[in-house]
Write a protein that binds this ligand. Structure first.
Ligand code: GLU
Length: 493
């Protein structure tokens, strides 16, 4: 049974690359019948942004990544805000002090900068352990300097070579030169990430640490601390960076990376977001591209996470979103898709009954890439379009028709469609009538139908004519054909 955690820092913004670091641990835990934990790593008070945790919660809930233990829901290993776990970290810190593996250190930052500069000048790598204060030497002896509140506590490292296995990156190793005396507890009494996550993952019985590769360089220090505490470390799953769409940089807020919630607000479905992010740097070895959560839980495996950076591709995300819009309509029906569309309709749509909006949705859904497209694609179902004769003139199929021909064609259409009674006004009858009209007209289908389509919508594209006319209804259809015809006739005179 796997226990995993998502452990974000509430620094104000969670871009979609970060969200992938929640999906993978969720899948790893859930496919083993285990637990997924949400822990908030808020010990760096200088980077704390109020409201950031709410955004994290909103994002996870939107995606259906519900946690079994953590903030809000509680659990046996709480509290789940690191800032509330001070006593726990201090207890572990005292164990290290007793073992001679931690020492209080009040060396001022200016002094530390001098050390760094001196090492730089000597062209030797800067390591704090080469400048240890007296307290380090006395650590663990009867003369040990007591640790007092307000004094930072440092780890007393034991430089060693390490070999370890990463589930994504494979077998890794480092030499002793990278182990150093890192800070465990800061002057404000709160731990650093480096210490806190080790304590928490141990206390919370985490089996897999899933996080970005940026933590790999600190691994020797972490392994050193695990050893000093005498605890076993979890498995490591290091995820490669998500790269920006172009260039070789990581996806980042500064370069315009959006948050998951931004995409939600633009009409991306949670299913599509989950699907897209899960497949960003993972595949099951087949060509399959559309996965539901259920399918991901079956197909996902850590050993198929790619070890090279995956590139974020918004075009692909939106394509997948379009696929999901169709899938939901086809498999769950119009009511389900409609229930996702609140806030995405043109303003005038509120004047129309839900049933009408559902009919509109039923004939346009297969063109949508995002729910925001609804606004642009459906305008003319809710208000009469502005007549734009230039659109007719410039249409590639209508170029060869004279205005007289156009007005005659519209006249014939009005006549034939008027003959359909209100109760027979449906797509099948409309299609039959339009085909008859075409036969009689001697025109090409594209000519006749483009003309009527434009007259009804004045939109760059619209669904099949008989469907559009059915939804618009008899009165509106005829009124619009008449209006366009009159405009053409006026233009002629
Ligand atoms: N708080 C860290 C971050 O937001 C999490 C790293 C981890 O998952 O251990 O980057």
């Amino acid at each position: 049974m796997n226990i995993t955690r998502f452990a974000p820092s509430p620094t104000g913004y969670i871009h979609i690359g970060n969200v992938r670091s929640a999906i993978y641990p969720y899948l790893i835990a859930k496919q083993s019948g285990g637990k997924f934990i949400l822990r908030i790593e808020d010990t760096d008070r200088s980077r704390y942004v109020p409201g950031a945790t709410d955004l994290i919660v909103e994002t996870l809930r939107w995606l259906g990544l519900n946690w079994d233990e953590g903030i809000i829901v509680g659990g046996d290993h709480g509290p789940y805000y690191q800032s509330e776990r001070r006593d726990i970290y201090h207890a572990y810190a005292r164990k290290l002090i007793a073992a001679g593996r931690a020492y209080p250190d009040n060396t001022p930052p200016e002094k530390i900068n001098e050390y760094r500069k001196a090492d730089n000048d000597k062209k030797v790598p800067y390591l704090y352990r080469n400048h240890r204060p007296e307290a380090a030497e006395k650590a663990g002896t009867s003369e040990a300097i007591p640790w007092e509140e307000g004094t930072p506590l440092r780890f007393k490292s034991e430089p060693k070579s390490y070999k370890w296995h990463d589930e994504v990156m494979g077998d890794l190793s480092t030499g002793p030169e990278v182990c150093d005396d890192i800070i465990l507890i800061k002057a404000d009494g709160l731990p650093t990430y480096n210490f806190a996550h080790i304590v928490d993952d141990y206390e919370m019985q985490v089996t897999h640490i899933v996080r970005g590769v940026e933590y790999l360089s600190s691994m020797p220090n972490y392994l050193n601390i695990y050893e000093a505490l005498g605890i076993k470390h979890p498995k490591f799953v290091s995820l490669p960076h998500v790269l920006a769409t172009t260039g070789n940089k990581k996806l980042s807020k500064r370069d315009g990376a959006k948050s998951a919630v931004d995409y939600r607000n633009e009409g991306v479905l949670p299913e599509a977001m989950l699907n897209y992010l899960a497949c960003l740097g993972w595949n099951d070895g087949t060509e399959k591209e559309i996965y539901s959560m259920e399918e991901l839980l079956k197909a996902f495996s850590v050993d198929r996470i790619q070890s090279s950076g995956a590139r974020f591709d918004e075009v692909k995300l939106l394509w997948q979103n379009g696929q999901w819009i169709r899938k939901i309509f086809d498999e769950q029906g119009v009511d389900e898709l409609y229930s996702r569309t609140e806030g995405f309709w043109p303003e005038e749509a509120t004047n129309y009954p839900e049933e009408y909006r559902k009919k509109v949705l039923s004939i346009i859904y297969d063109r949508l890439k995002t729910l925001s497209d609804i606004k642009t694609f459906t305008d003319y179902f809710f208000k009469d379009p502005e007549i734009d004769l230039e659109m007719i003139e410039n249409n590639k199929f209508l170029k060869k028709l004279s205005e007289t021909e156009e007005s005659d064609l519209l006249g014939n259409a009005i006549e034939r469609l008027s003959a359909i009674s209100d109760k027979d006004w449906n797509a099948d009858n409309l299609q039959a009538a339009l085909n008859k009209l075409l036969e009689k007209s001697g025109k090409k289908p594209a000519e006749l139908f483009s003309l009527i389509r434009i007259a009804l919508s004045f939109a760059p594209f619209s669904p099949a004519l008989h469907l559009t006319a059915e939804v618009l209804g008899k009165n509106t259809t005829l009124a619009r054909l008449n209006a366009t015809r009159s405009a053409i006739v006026n233009d002629l005179n």
